[in-house]
Ligand binder design. Structure first.
Ligand code: SF4
Ligand code: SF4
Ligand code: SF4
Length: 291
């Protein structure tokens, strides 16, 4: 990952997506937006190359810049909530929406290449969760709970049912004020509920246990090109610092022991395990998507 052409691949990918969406939506704003996302991503990767010791600080600044840009510059500006229920509201109204486009690109197409990296580099809710995390001790959360697929899919199903009911009762698509209230209200809910869960169940608890986006993109990230990869597995001394550093409770040490790449659907490519490893056993690397 370091000292390579990845920054330019990142920029190329997002500029290409931006051009396609701009043509499809007949709006040049999308090109500018995706070029900006690619530019911020590229700068972040280049800075991390140059200052590897500062990689988590650089990532946090990048996440904050992108998250705030996407929320203020896009979501509030266009009065479009890119959360999951918006897709159902638009579908009920027969609209191909920005929310659906975002879902298809960020949650379906990009994960084939960069896995769940959106969750560590661009999600605006994650900005709050990550800053809240700064004051906490490294560790795997108080209860040590891993994601329960039953709970995660149940939460997603409940959201779908709620969105279908709301769309039949008073679809926010047809009312700008209702749309704005829904946008603010849903994001506030995720942040307040998410911070509460974090307090009781450990770091990134909302992401780890419930977030419907991760429930979906996790299915695809299993097949992503870039994954956390053991590069020096013989040097591993089983200190478990990689596991302690992981906010998503991935058992990185086990994958190093097995000499396999991290295929866990929860991995958000935050590179905390990479930075925590004293033996330099890990890095993000491209490889066989099935491996
Ligand atoms: S899991 Fe959901 S809330 Fe958490 S960073 Fe990813 S998209 Fe955002
Ligand atoms: S396995 Fe590593 S890169 Fe993946 S979420 Fe955990 S710490 Fe982050
Ligand atoms: S931090 Fe590095 S040395 Fe320690 S268990 Fe993980 S991979 Fe092995």
């Amino acid at each position: 990952m370091r000292k390579n052409r990845l920054p330019f691949y990142v920029l190329f990918l997002f500029v290409t997506i931006g051009a396609l969406v701009a043509v499809f939506r007949e709006n040049n704003w999308y090109f500018l937006m995706f070029a900006m996302i690619g530019g911020i991503g590229m700068t972040s990767v280049m800075l991390t190359d140059r200052y590897p010791r500062l990689s988590q600080t650089i990532r946090l600044i990048q996440l904050s810049a992108l998250g705030i840009f996407l929320f203020v510059g896009l979501s509030l500006r266009l009065n479009v909530n890119f959360q999951f229920p918006e897709v159902i509201f638009d579908a009920a109204a027969g609209i191909v929406s920005g929310a659906l486009v975002q879902l298809l690109i960020a949650r379906a197409a990009v994960p084939f290449i960069f896995g769940n990296a959106f969750c560590s580099r661009a999600c605006w809710n994650a900005v709050i969760f990550e800053w809240a995390d700064q004051g906490r001790k490294r560790g795997q959360g108080r209860s040590g709970k891993k994601r329960s697929e039953f709970l995660a899919w149940g939460y997603l199903a409940a959201l779908v049912v709620l969105a279908v009911i709301v769309s039949h009762w008073h679809n926010p698509v047809y009312d700008d004020t209702a749309r704005r209230y829904w946008l603010i209200g849903e994001n506030l809910w995720i942040i307040v509920f998410g911070l509460g869960l974090t307090h009781w169940l450990g770091r990134r608890a909302y992401c780890r246990l419930l977030c419907p986006f991760l429930t979906l993109s996790g299915l695809i990230s299993r097949f992503s090109v870039f994954k956390i990869t053991p590069v020096n597995p013989d040097a591993c001394n089983e200190c478990s610092l990689c596991n302690s550093a992981c906010p998503m409770m991935v058992n990185v040490m086990e994958t190093v022991r097995e000499r396999s790449r991290v295929r866990d659907r929860q991995c958000i490519l935050c590179e905390r395990c990479v930075d925590a490893c004293p033996q330099r056993c890990l890095k993000i690397a491209a490889g066989n998507p099935l491996g």
